[in-house]
Design a protein around this ligand. Structure first.
Ligand code: GUN
Length: 294
């Protein structure tokens, strides 16, 4: 058996098109242009690529994009002052501070300074707590993308056994909450978990979000499982270049899984598309409009 490949490119493009349609509608009906502000501190090359892609895709969806590039040695006070300005700016409905931040900045203090209504990353404790409580919340984009990809295979996740490997604030923990909201039965595994292969063997849905190249082996999987690979690991090749691989041994998994996301071309494609969804939702909520149809 060869697993079905879950095409993140196609699913993300479809989502972006639906967001663009809803943006056009709120512009027409409510004279509202959703706006996203992205803050980049320093010049980490990977972060610069992400931020450029966010800018292009935000504009392509018909939204306003505000980029703030700050030097790597910006003071915490200056960064907090920028965030306070964005919190008060009526043209801005979403604020994203690209992570990781340089070491001299205190990430938790910076995230806590963002107005929770504009926290399109879903990282503010107010949103994380609301999500954990099962209340309406802005949820982190990568986990949202994981759920959408899973639902392209299984329209309902009710009663399915899911394992989330990794417990980061950005992916693992919020993904667990979203899966619970979908009525899945969730196992949370991490670097200290015992006998990961045995835990995986029970799982209909496997989410690998650990940042360890090809850690999850094909032999760990339950035949027919759906595998969502969140890992983006850049590794050197024999030719002296680099390539991206996931947290799952893809070739091995192909023979066992029922469906699997590739790296690249899987989860990575969904994150920015979900950021656009969150910005549109935040804009509608701030303006007390009905929730958009995406
Ligand atoms: N860096 C890598 N992924 C993300 C993300 O989803 N949000 C933010 N703010 N920074 C990131």
């Amino acid at each position: 058996m060869t697993a079905r490949i879950i095409d993140g490119k196609v699913i993300a493009a479809d989502l972006r098109a639906r967001v663009a349609g809803e943006v056009a509608r709120v512009k027409r009906e409510n004279s509202l242009t959703p706006g996203l502000a992205v803050v980049l501190v320093g010049n980490d090359p990977a972060s610069e690529v992400y931020v450029r892609s966010k800018h292009t895709q935000t504009q392509a969806a018909g939204m306003a994009s505000f980029e703030h590039k700050l030097s790597a040695d910006v003071s915490q006070a200056d960064l907090l002052a920028l965030i306070a300005g964005l919190n008060g700016d009526p043209a801005v409905h979403g604020i994203l501070v690209q992570l990781p931040l340089p070491k001299h900045l205190h990430t938790e203090t910076i995230i806590n300074a963002i107005d929770p209504a504009k926290d399109v990353d879903g990282l503010h404790p107010n949103n994380a707590g609301r999500l954990a409580g099962g209340f309406a919340a802005l949820s982190p984009c990568t986990p949202l993308g994981c759920i959408i990809l899973t639902r392209s295979v299984h329209p309902s996740l009710e009663g399915m056994n899911a394992i989330v490997i990794g417990r980061s604030n950005l992916v693992g923990r919020p993904l667990v909450q979203l899966l619970l909201n979908e009525n899945a039965t969730v196992t949370i595994a991490h670097s200290r978990s015992r006998d990961l292969p045995k835990l995986c063997a029970q799982a209909d849905l496997v989410y690998a979000a650990v940042g360890k190249p090809e850690m999850v082996r094909g032999s760990w999987l339950k035949p027919g499982a759906t595998v969502i690979d969140v890992g983006i690991n850049r590794i050197p090749t024999a030719e002296g270049k680099t390539k991206l691989i996931g947290d799952v041994a893809f070739q091995e998994a192909l023979d066992v899984a029922g469906a699997i996301t590739p790296v690249p071309g899987g989860v990575g494609q969904m994150t920015v598309a979900c950021l656009l969804v969150n910005t549109l939702r935040a804009a509608c909520a701030i303006h007390k409009l009905p929730a958009p149809g995406v």
